[in-house]
Design a protein around this ligand. Structure first.
Ligand SMILES: Cc1ncc(COP(=O)(O)O)c(C=O)c1O
Length: 401
């Protein structure tokens, strides 16, 4: 990959003006659009017209601006925005897989995705193999004649394993299958499409919007795939209809323009926290620590200047200890006891009992997810030293250190 690739520059270089020369693109709050000629309407339904809009479940100009910006950031040909990250994931998978198909996924994956793959896809006779994505031989072994897709998260939720996107892309290519990557934990830090992924999905709800004021998602990929998703006859996104509201879309686009600044600060703060907690002898996972098993691999694939991201985990070993610490940290103002991530304040939750509760406990233990694991999304704190002091105060009070 090009070591000087800068996704922020790609966004900065975009020129998207409002109708009257506004510095922000105008918001198109119309569900339907007029045509001067009925023939143009017919052609638009057939997908033969460029630049015409027919109905906002299909395309809306505001959504197009956000999709364009995300495609630029990812260096994909095109993108589509959805009403949630789950809609991006489920629509993409349903578009690609038919009854009788098989897909391979990292067993460590967001609980909602895990539940969809394990509990929902069997209804459509689509089978799924759950593998340790860091073990490439396991991935190879799982491939069957009917495998369509390898699915993973760049940085997995919640164990923060790193998926070797280049190697997985090579495996996918060798077998003529596709690689789909959820890059929600590492926008700008990693560019999966540049590393060989065919489809990149996002929960925009997280770092990209960064305000926790809405739920949204995105699918970035080749023109053919985005066209297929939005096809009026058999496009999954068009027919299942999880369209993003244009008002939300315009808000997310504005927040996208500050993503690079925020990601750097999230990364800087998380590294400080991770180092500080590790020095206390605690069990910390953070991709920026040399003790992370894939630290060197991660470093070799990241875009320069954005750090290792805002996510870290602290294993308190038991749920009781995790709960005590989280209760106290909230009381001391370290952040909020809440799920989700990428917010300007620090958020923490016990993964096994919240965002991974869909994963059966025996599977949690098998994959190495401890019942006491606290996942932190480290915020944009201006004084992270003070925040670490507060965490240390809580740990001392609870006689953990
Ligand atoms: C990695 C990851 N992907 C996807 C999702 C789902 O996104 P949304 O809540 O926007 O549907 C989440 C939600 O937590 C997530 O953590």
């Amino acid at each position: 990959m090009n070591p000087s690739f800068d996704p922020a520059e790609k966004i900065q270089d975009l020129l998207q003006f409002g109708e009257f020369g506004g510095v922000n693109p105008s918001i198109t709050d119309s569900s339907t659009f007029t045509f001067m000629d009925p023939v143009t309407m017919t052609e638009t339904f057939l997908g033969h017209t460029e630049g015409c809009f027919l109905y906002s479940r299909h395309w809306n100009p505001s959504n197009k601006y956000l999709a364009q910006a995300l495609a630029s950031m990812e260096e994909t040909e095109n993108a589509w925005v959805t009403a949630s990250g789950m809609a991006a994931i489920t629509c993409s998978i349903m578009q690609l897989c038919n009854s009788g198909d098989h897909l391979i996924t990292s067993v460590t994956t967001y609980g909602g995705t895990f539940a969809f793959l394990r509990n929902y896809l069997p209804k459509f006779n689509i089978s799924v193999s759950f593998v340790d994505i860091s073990d490439l031989s396991e991935v190879q072994k799982a491939i069957r004649p009917n495998t369509k897709l390898i699915y993973t998260e760049t940085v997995t939720n919640p164990l923060l394993q790193f998926s070797d996107i280049s190697a997985l892309a090579a495996i996918a290519k060798e077998h003529g299958i596709l690689l789909m990557v959820d890059n929600t934990f590492s926008p700008m830090i990693m560019s999966p499409a540049r590393l060989g992924a065919d489809i990149v999905v996002y929960s925009l709800t997280k770092f990209i919007n960064g305000k926790n004021d809405c739920v949204a998602g995105a699918i970035c990929g080749k023109n053919d795939f985005i066209d297929a998703l939005s096809n009026v006859n058999d496009g999954t996104a068009m027919l299942l209809g999880p369209v993003l509201d244009p008002l939300r879309s315009s808000g997310i686009l504005k927040n996208l323009h500050t993503l690079h600044v925020r990601i750097k600060q999230h990364s800087q703060n998380a590294l400080y926290m991770a180092k500080g907690l590790k020095e206390l002898g605690l069990k910390v996972i953070y991709p920026g620590l040399p003790t992370h098993p894939q630290h060197i691999l991660f470093s070799s694939m990241m875009n320069p200047g954005y750090g290792y991201g805002g996510m870290l985990t602290l294993d308190m070993e038991t749920t009781e200890k995790a709960n005590e610490l989280m209760r106290m940290m909230q009381g001391e103002g370290v952040g909020y006891l809440a799920v989700s991530l990428g917010y300007f304040k620090t958020l923490f939750s016990n993964s096994g009992k919240s965002t991974s509760s869909e994963v059966p406990e025996e599977v949690q233990r098998k994959m190495g997810l401890s019942e006491g694991l606290i996942r932190f999304s480290v915020g944009l704190d201006n004084n992270i030293e003070r925040s670490l002091m507060k965490v240390k105060y809580c740990l001392t009070n609870l006689r953990i250190i």
